[in-house]
Design a protein around this ligand. Structure first.
Ligand code: NAP
Length: 267
């Protein structure tokens, strides 16, 4: 049986095993996906084991997305653009590092018949990098980023050659696409919060990367104002489907996979 799995620290609850083990079963593959909680000091030994045991593929999450880059033989273009790896897979004898988070943002936007010319990304952490890379791939002409800590937005803007908007005036801008990559609205202390005010005029699409709850306050308010919306679950779904394709060479049905994840979330 071929082994697959995910490393991260702390590795909280993840839906990845549900998705991939379902996929393996559906495609009649003798493979199993498990969780490998891995502390930063243990990454070198894990990567040795990965090669020795020829583990089939790996999902990589916080805080190892940059660390693993030095252990691969080649980086895919998307991983280079984002500056982080969330997927390891074998291309023959070559260990590849890729980033499917970009596909996670790009896939659901591409499914809609939109031709955005401007985008604003809220937040400048790890997830925002995939959002920026996706907007670049979509050829959005004017891309801006805003963040509570201005210096982080400025660093990212310089790296990707995009614009910066000050956090305090963010809601005065009118982008075609608004992407939230902050945890505001997430289950827990931040659930009642939103990173945006109630002015959604001229915004075509609001994508909230937060996926728990599925319908955040931001998405509920955007829907009420007539915007098209995308839930964070779609990012998780599409990045996972892309991983599965890299590992198994097969495409899973997004509708069936979504149904599985919604069931897992009790929705
Ligand atoms: P991260 O690297 O920690 O970045 C968090 C960002 O949010 C930072 O820019 C931070 O600003 C900002 N922020 C945090 N608390 C804030 C607050 N109270 N007010 C304003 N801004 C605040 O996290 P990440 O990995 O990018 O993840 C961000 C969100 O995306 C999380 O909710 C996560 O669940 C979600 N996500 C979803 C998926 C998916 O598959 N759907 C994948 C990855 C991430 P400062 O720089 O000022 O601290």
């Amino acid at each position: 049986m071929q082994k697959f799995g995910i490393i991260g620290h702390p590795l909280g609850h993840t839906m990845s095993p549900i998705l991939h083990n379902w996929g393996f079963k559906k495609c009649n593959l003798d493979a199993h996906y498990k969780t490998w909680p891995t502390e930063p000091e243990a990454v070198p030994a894990f990567m040795k084991r990965f090669r020795d045991e020829k583990i089939g593929g790996l999902s990589v999450t916080i805080p190892h997305k940059q660390t693993v880059m030095e252990y691969v033989d080649e980086l895919a273009e998307r991983a280079k653009t984002v500056g982080a790896v969330n997927t390891l897979y074998w291309n023959g004898k070559k260990l590849m590092g890729d980033n499917t988070d970009v596909a996670g943002v790009l896939g659901p936007i591409r499914m809609r018949d939109l031709h955005p010319t401007s985008a604003l990304i809220l937040g400048a952490g790890g997830a925002s990098r995939a959002a920026v890379a996706a907007c670049i791939e979509l050829k959005v002409q004017s891309i801006a980023i805003t963040n509570r800590t201005l210096s982080k937005a400025e660093e990212l803007a310089k790296e990707f050659n995009i614009d910066v908007v000050a956090w305090d005036v963010r809601s005065k801008t009118k982008p075609d696409i608004l992407i939230n990559s902050t945890p505001l609205g997430m289950q827990g202390d931040m659930e009642s919060m939103t990173p945006w005010d109630t002015n959604f005029k001229d915004i075509q699409l609001v994508f909230d990367l937060v996926y728990n709850p599925l319908q955040t306050r931001l998405l509920a308010e955007a829907t009420r104002e007539g915007c098209e919306t995308i839930q964070g679950l779609e990012m998780f779904l599409y990045q996972g489907l892309e991983q599965f394709k890299l590992w198994a060479g097969k495409e899973l049905d997004p509708e069936e996979a979504r149904e599985l994840l919604l069931k897992e979330l009790g929705a």
